[in-house]
Design a protein around this ligand. Structure first.
Ligand code: NAG
Ligand code: NAG
Ligand code: NAG
Ligand code: NAG
Ligand code: NAG
Ligand code: NAG
Length: 398
């Protein structure tokens, strides 16, 4: 009964500790140890070792520059003998983390502002001037109708337009691709990366490379996986595509450079991993708006002062270079956090065993009685105060 009358300052000189109930039951004991073992295995094996929970991580920053090399020779009726070099087929000549290589082309030379017949199709065909409403044009037109109906050739008449003449005829895409030789072009990809948190920087031209090696090497997954020079055909092949087929209509390719570095090891172990994938959906694009193309023009001023242009519809492959990765290094803070949360997880074993002992076992009522101390409601408690006291006393004498 003394406990009830303790003066307030006595609290300072007290210590309380929870009572532990030790249950000698083999099943529960085994389950308890198994769960604890499982949690320890998870914390040590998975969190600390596999997921490197003892490390601090930093994500990558970096830059990419590219240089394409190679020559293509064509001998067509339109262009006759023509050599294409990087300045012709890399458009634009520099881009951020990507480059475009023209693989197929429709050229329309010597266009001038003037009047000429529109390409024949259902709406542009005409029989008389009344079929052609002057001033009409829509987003698909090549020019603005003049209101006349003229001969496109001996058989067909079409509406005359004011436009860059003669108009481009892109109904037939050259096949095989005019610049199919781009398969043999090479690209040097220079990638510098840094992990600022760890003051670590590196590039994909490894330190053991020398000038003669860099001139001759080609990326090859088996024999030379660190050469930064890639043959375009190899990149497309690695992505499981056929270059000559892709070259006709163009497409978008991804080159992924992955840097996953463990800076607890030697810096020379921190090396790039290359992967290739086609990024535009081949199957979706086969029928509807396939491939990748755009138009541009080169302008000239004739001797007589008229402006002339060569219109180029370029089909090609855009290569997107994406750099990603992270580096990890030992750090005491994440280590302590992970160990701490692992230890806290051990409490799951207690909860699980409590559920088994108090609710699932046959003798659960017996264990409940042993674990919990039942206290009556206040009024009832006053009535049975005496017996309450005896329990307390008998507890003390044992
Ligand atoms: C290009 O083709 C023409 C005939 O089409 C031929 O006379 C000429 O020799 C060819 N040029 C080369 C370099 O092969
Ligand atoms: C035919 O050509 C005209 C003008 O060039 C264009 O406005 C129209 O959309 C075209 N029609 C079809 C069916 O392609
Ligand atoms: C467009 O060019 C192709 C071949 O280059 C030709 O077969 C076709 O008839 C041309 N179309 C028109 C409308 O002139
Ligand atoms: C690429 O080069 C090889 C040999 O250098 C040659 O046999 C092949 O025909 C070339 N491919 C193309 C598409 O020009
Ligand atoms: C360049 O490195 C290669 C091996 O990577 C070696 O065989 C060659 O002798 C080196 N050349 C020079 C000039 O150091
Ligand atoms: C200017 O010269 C070009 C050929 O060089 C010719 O096709 C064009 O008709 C000329 N234009 C005028 C206005 O003389």
């Amino acid at each position: 009964m003394e406990g009830y009358c303790t003066p307030a300052w006595d609290f300072l000189l007290e210590y309380d500790t929870p009572r532990i109930v030790l249950i000698k039951n083999r099943t529960v004991g085994v389950i308890n140890r198994l769960v604890q073992l499982g949690i320890l295995a998870y914390v040590i094996g998975w969190v600390l070792v596999w997921e490197k929970g003892y490390q601090e991580f930093d994500s990558i920053i970096g830059s990419v520059t590219t240089k394409v090399k190679g020559l293509a020779f064509t001998n067509s009726t339109l262009l006759e003998e023509h050599v294409w070099d990087a300045a012709d087929y890399v458009i634009p000549s520099q881009q951020e983390s990507s480059f475009f290589v023209m693989t197929n082309v429709i050229l329309t030379k010597n266009q001038v502002q003037g009047r000429c017949p529109e390409l024949p199709n259902k709406t542009s065909r005409c029989k008389s001037d009344s079929d052609c409403a002057a001033g009409y044009h829509d987003p698909h037109s090549n020019g603005i109708l003049t209101g006349k109906c003229v001969n496109y050739n001996e058989k067909v008449q079409t509406c005359e337009i004011f436009a860059w003449c003669p108009v481009e005829n892109d109904t037939v895409i050259p096949k095989p691709a005019i610049l199919g030789a781009a398969e043999n072009f090479t690209v040097l990809i220079k990638n510098s990366i840094a992990f600022p948190k760890f003051h670590f920087s590196k590039r994909n031209i490894l330190t053991n490379a020398n000038t003669s090696y860099l001139k001759a090497c080609r990326f090859n997954r088996k024999n030379d996986p660190f050469c930064p020079i890639f043959r375009l055909g190899d990149m497309v092949q690695e992505a499981g595509e056929d270059f000559q087929q892709l070259a006709v209509q163009g497409g978008v390719m991804g080159l992924f450079i992955e840097w996953n570095c463990n800076l607890d090891q030697s810096p020379s172990q921190c090396v790039p991993k290359y992967a290739f994938q086609r990024l535009d959906n081949k199957h979706y694009s086969e029928t509807l708006s396939p491939g990748y193309n755009f138009r541009f023009a080169k302008y000239f001023i004739n001797k007589n002062g008229t402006e002339t242009r060569t219109l180029i519809k370029a089909y090609g492959i855009r290569f997107e270079v994406e750099v990603f990765g992270r580096a990890g290094k030992f750090d005491i803070i994440p280590t302590m956090i992970n160990i701490g949360s692992g230890l806290a997880l051990l409490g799951v074993a207690t909860i699980l065993c409590d559920i088994i002992v108090l609710y699932l076992l046959k003798k659960s009522n017996y264990y409940k009685e042993k674990k919990f101390k039942y206290v009556e409601d206040y009024e009832l408690g006053i009535e049975s105060e005496n017996s309450y006291g005896t329990i307390e006393n008998s507890g003390n004498t044992n």
